[in-house]
Design a protein around this ligand. Sequence first.
Ligand code: C3B
Length: 833
Amino acid sequence: MAKKSSSESEARKECKFYVNASVKDFKNSILWHMERSLARATVRATSRDWWLATAMAVRDEIMGRFISTMSRQYKANSKRVYYLSLEYLMGRLTEDTLTNSGLMDVAREALKELGLDFDSIMASEVDMGLGNGGLGRLAACFQDSLATLDYPAVGYGILYEFGLFTQSFEGGRQIESPDNWLKFGSPWDIVRPEYTVKVGIGGRVEGVMSSTGDWSVRWIPEGELLGVPWDVPVVGYGAGTVNFLRLWESRATNELDLNAFNNGGYTQAVHQKAMSETISKVLYPNDKTENGKILRLMQQYFFVTCSLQDIIRRFKSLNGENWDIFADKVAIQLNDTHPAIAVPELMRLLVDVEGLGWDKSWEICTHVFAYTNHTLLPEALEKWSVPFFEKLLPRHLQIIYEINARWLSYVESIYGRDSDKIARLSIIEEGAPKMVRMAYLSVVGSHSVNGVAELHSQLLKESVLRDFYQISPEKFNNKTNGITPRRWLKTANEGLSDLITKTLKSDSWPKNLDELKGLEKFAEDSDFQKKYMEIKRENKAHLAKIVKDLCGVDLNPDAIFDVQIKRLHEYKRQHLNLLYILTLYRRLLHNPDADISPRAFIFGAKAAPGYDLAKNIIWAINTVGNVINNDARIKGKLKVAFIPNYNVSLAMDIIPAADVSEQISTAGKEASGTGNMKLALNGAITMGTLDGANVEILEEVGKDNVFIFGMNVDEVQKLKAEGYNPWNVYNSNENLKSALDWLVSDYFMPGNPTAFEPLRKSVLDWGDQFMVCADYQSYCDAQDRLGEVYKDKARWAKMAILNTARMSKFSSDRTISEYADDIWNLEKLPPRE
Ligand code: C3B
């Protein structure tokens, strides 16, 4: 597969800083590491050993760039953006680093000369799965773009010992097991003990009088733990800039252990240590709801204070106490409300520790912070109980009350004593117990509030943050999400990447995705269509092998590969997809010779362990799939495969092989979606509602190149207001009725017909909150139309090519440039030529 493109020299020109290494040197470096770092004889080496040795050889090549980037940024004393995120869904790092450093071909060749298969060696790397879904993967794409565009940036987060759980199926039901990804260490983490910071927890607040007679406040924490930073290099495309993620690990302080030990409390000392180290132990596995867990609030505070202390340390080492320029040197992006505690924490650090006045500190905060909202779902709007705060962070609670008092007096200065308004805008929600509204805290403490797609940003202003928008409209803006074309096209889809490079006679498109527009003129060129579709077919055959391996299901590469990959959630409506599958199956049973395009429905989705209905949907899809896959009567025209343990690496195999991209959420519920962008870029046609970024995908590709169905946001709202009753749809739609009834019959689950009652109830008895019934017919019609269009090979190829050609807007480079210009006011700092 080590194909050298004809435009190699142009590529080298574009990426002036590509790492240069010969195959021979690289091979020697791998062998050197095998012996000296791993103490392994090559004859005994496992795939994992070869991967490790290769990763170490790449690491050697980029370390110089890492150091020079840091010293360049330090010398320039440039402004930096600090991205605070509780999640980073990085996936495997080695392959991507090879792509970005320009060493991919060299590494392939070197491993080939060693008699090894590159792909299976790379597959030994365990995914770095420190995130749940879209939000965490976005953070990872952003790091890639920040480095690629030479922006000074650090991504702060937590080094979870256990990432997102591993999923398997037993009898079609989801089973979770721990993801012990760090069990054998990682060649990509570099520990920095010299930057360890202390973190207080609990305790009380005391007033103290200074020598000049002024009163000030001091937090006397009850316990203390340590945050130890681990840096993960982030290599930009072309390797001119190597930024890093700084992930904090929690450790017990020695002092704490010793005291308890000396007092005879050995087990208590060990217990304390275990408690302290629990904080960074595990990623919470819900993608939208984690309210109410005290450990989660501790995680949030832990990584926020570590990061802010680190930022202040760095600022002071360059600028001393010149706080006037703090906001000229520091921009902090809050990735959702998870790091919202940063607002009171920075106030505490500035007021209590650095001794600045309140007003000055507040001015700094509101110039430094910016907040991104990622969802309108009410259950995702974080609230923490006041008693929690009192126990864990008493000083922060005081500060939040002070922020709120000042904020509400400002509100009063605008609206007078409008108690309704004040209650609605208060950071503290009245009730038993009182709650701190973290989204409101984020809005009040930030100078920018953005949503992640046009529609979402608009709805934010009209619904959950309406009152805030009315007071400060200038804060609100949109930054439509994006994805990195390096990982999601160049690395994931080598075949298509090579074709693009050859066709455009340029290798700079991964950095200038607008170049893809140049493919439009080939959309109807039969020779190009043939090549494009041949690559798609190869990718499908490759995926079919994986599916056979993981699911035991045979997929025909000539069938339509219809893909829905994302977290399992009612609003994403995997069960709507299932209802169409049932409808199609029923149709085929009535007429096995029906002239339909064969379809393979492919799913990948994890359900939060406590989300019963989501798990019921997984079970239902697996169960129905199992019956369909083994029904000889339908002659293999229909297949269903639910790929277990969907993660970033599997996404890189699935996406290049997809013909259809299912983006079928209830309008108004999916903030943006980013899988939709990855799939369309790789030539899958979107089957979607007018939700999230689908709206913008439609704008870009044109209505002939996407299938849109279902109600739009206005229609959803109208129907809700009128009083939606799913039973009416059920009773008047024969197909829907049959599908739903069939699901709870003996047919799929002999002896246990009520197995899928919860699913059926959710769309009938419980009111069908996500309007599955309402959109059912429109969805089936659109799916049937798609099946017809697929029969016209030339038309389909044209649509697929135009999707690839018109996706450039969704490069995360565009997104990051907009953040840098509009929010962070950040300059690039490229290496000198
Ligand atoms: C997700 C949203 O659900 C997606 O629509 C969006 O594309 C991504 O964020 C990125 O912006 N999201 C998530 O994964 N986890 C949350 N807690 C909230 C939103």
